[in-house]
Design a protein around this ligand. Sequence first.
Ligand code: C5P
Length: 240
Amino acid sequence: MKAKETIDRNVIIACDFSSAKQTCEFLKVFGEERPYLKIGMELFYAEGPEIVRQLKRKGFPIFLDLKLHDIPNTVKKTMSVLSKLEIDMCNLHAAGTIDMMKAALEGLTRPDGSRPILLAVTQLTSTSEERMQKELLISGQMEQVVARYAQNAQQAGLDGVVCSPLEAAIVKQSCGQKFLTVTPGVRFAESQSNDQIRITTPAKARSMGADYIVVGRPITASDNPREAYLRCVKEFNNNI
Ligand code: C5P
């Protein structure tokens, strides 16, 4: 069975906070709205699975961004545990090989055949082509590497990839329009890039083929996070 898509909410807020208290404080500004939230390593390791249960109980769709990368058996068993949290989306590193990704998918699939969306991270958006080649000894060009990792993920049966918006088009070309692209590294035209390298604006991300954008600091560090979120939604969905 295919994973259920929550396409009405395609701007995902990266809740890169270190406590449940800080997260709930941040979310107050959204009132009854239920934006898609990304819980990453920082918050998950600080608070454990209870933070996921808590936010799911409140009705937020959750992308659990733990970027698993281990031997296939370990990843399979871990995915099985995560699947029970009723998350909507999760991920792993495509660098873990096709076998690892297949094992993950098996572990993630619930007894009734349902499962969260499973994505593969191609190359982190903080990695430059130069560092990838010099430090990691991956000699291809960034676009070739991303395309190949995406094809591996598709071959393993995954739903899509996490990649830079600048690579969304190449992923769609290599894997087809239905293969999902979730892109971090999004910034408003006038804001700072922070540690991100391969970045673009919400509208540009959309025009390049992103299905979802993950936005952290431009929303979480804003003086008015709700306004910043709504601006992202508007720019991404209306392509302005
Ligand atoms: O604050 P910012 O918008 O840069 O946050 C981006 C989020 O997306 C962070 O939580 C980061 O861990 C995540 N991410 C990323 N690049 C990837 C995969 C995930 O920046 N390739």
